[in-house]
Design a protein around this ligand. Structure first.
Ligand code: XUL
Ligand code: CO
Length: 435
């Protein structure tokens, strides 16, 4: 039984191909810097967008055609979707996937029934992983869709909602472990507030920290060896989200003694909503040795919300891959397409066009980043820019052994300083040589 009977397995045909159902640049076994593209990029598909996004917007209902779905909330329907999804993964040649508990399995009347439904669907996920060799990149719990979470999950004022959230996360971590997930993501969709008139911010942050400490304890208790990743986002759905950007996350983690237990999952459209570039957020995370994984998508310059578009911008993909190569590649993480088709692209074939575009863009980004590194001019320029620090005085300052008084003596005795050019345009021109 095939759910995408008209779609062949997508294969690499090279840049001259006019076949829309082929890769023009993603050639999985091609070596870049001595490693295959497949190993570098570690693509993942997002279950919630591929299988569960009806393509609705605030002005109209869903348009997505899902002929395999009977529209029911049954476990059988959820298990059928899993089979459809794995056929999709096989045909698109994506090795990993990510899910929320409530996208793969139905939310039932009681928590106990929801747990049982998740176990039943996890069984089908395990079977399909076994059959296809596909792997779980990360799992997570949905603490934002159900009305009980309207005022937060870990940061809710209600202790009983907090307990429910804890139970849900406990279960989702266990299922992620059973399915061999590389990581577990905490995205705080409603961990924030809309007004300080009704919010005790300090209390909510204390709650969040207590919640995450218990998650760490559970991880250790069950021996889950994957990573914990926090996914920063400044707003939407909350007006102010606590995990607003990479720096805010690190500050919180350090303040509450959680820094060693968490890395970050950085998402492009969240970075831009925070008023940063993706490269900024990736660099902050990588500098802390804590860039775990990436949610690859993009926003729209004309729209101020999280449009979650497929990443087709080659310039951006090259910047992302420069950071990834610079940190020595992904370990447990990868590039998860947390991206949805436009509402107008409602046919199943559009799922393939969308992922092919993202994969080809990142294949080019990878090759461009590798070429820039091999060329070395940009790196050399930046290194030279700081060369005055390669001196006894520079080393003394950076090791904390210099004083203002000493520097004042030097500044008074030396001629007026001169500066070399920052060379931004020169460097941008070099980048364009490789695009
Ligand atoms: C929402 C978002 C989530 C997380 C997982 O903006 O990115 O889908 O990736 O909860
Ligand atoms: Co995301």
């Amino acid at each position: 039984m095939s759910y995408f009977p008209e779609i062949p397995k997508i294969a690499y045909e090279g840049p001259k191909s006019k076949n829309p159902l082929s890769f023009k640049h993603y050639n999985p076994e091609e070596l870049v810097e001595g490693k295959s593209m497949r190993e570098h990029l570690r693509f993942a598909a997002a279950y919630w967008h591929v299988m569960r996004n009806p393509l609705a917007d605030p002005f109209g209902g869903g348009t997505a055609l899902t002929p395999w779905d009977d529209g029911s909330n049954s476990v059988a329907n959820a298990q059928k979707r899993v089979r459809v999804f794995f056929e999709f993964l096989e045909k698109i040649d994506i090795d990993f996937y990510c899910f929320h508990d409530r996208d793969v399995a139905p939310e039932c009347d009681t928590l106990a029934e929801s747990h049982a439904a998740l176990d039943a669907v996890a069984g089908t996920l395990a079977e399909e992983q076994q059959r296809t060799g596909k792997k779980l990149l990360w799992g997570t719990a949905c603490l934002f869709a159900h009305p009980r979470f309207a005022q937060g999950g870990a940061t809710t004022p209600s202790l009983s909602v907090f307990a429910h959230a804890a139970a849900q996360v406990k279960k989702a971590i266990s299922v992620t472990k059973e399915l061999g997930g590389g990581g577990y993501v905490f995205w705080g969709g409603r961990e924030g507030y809309s007004s300080l008139w009704n919010t005790d911010m300090k209390h909510e942050l204390d709650q969040l920290a207590a919640f995450l400490h218990m998650a760490v304890a559970w991880k250790k208790e069950i021996g889950f060896t994957g990573k914990f990743w926090i996914e920063p986002k400044p707003r939407e759905p909350s007006t102010h989200q606590y995990d607003s950007d990479a720096a805010a996350c690190f500050n919180f983690l350090r303040e509450y003694g959680l820094f060693d237990e968490f890395e970050l999952n950085i998402e492009t459209n969240h970075a831009t909503l925070a008023g940063h570039t993706m490269r900024h957020e990736l660099t902050v995370a990588a500098n802390a040795g804590r860039l775990g994984s990436i949610d690859a998508n993009r926003g729209d310059e004309l729209i101020g919300w999280d449009t979650d578009q497929f990443p087709t911008n080659i310039y951006l993909a090259a910047e992302v891959m420069l950071v990834v190569l610079g940190m020595g590649g992904f370990k447990e993480g990868g590039l998860n397409f947390d991206a949805k088709r436009r509402r107008e692209s409602h046919h199943p074939v559009d799922l393939f066009h969308a992922h092919i575009g993202g994969m080809d863009a990142f294949a080019r980004g990878l090759k461009i980043a590798a070429a820039i590194r091999a060329d070395g001019r940009i790196e050399e320029f930046v290194k030279n820019r700081y060369s005055s620090w390669n001196s006894d005085l520079g080393r003394k300052i950076l090791s904390g052994k210099a004083s203002f008084a000493e520097l004042e003596k030097i500044a008074l005795s030396q001629p007026a300083p001169t500066l070399a050019s920052g060379g931004q345009e020169y460097l941008e021109n070099i980048l364009n040589e490789f695009l």
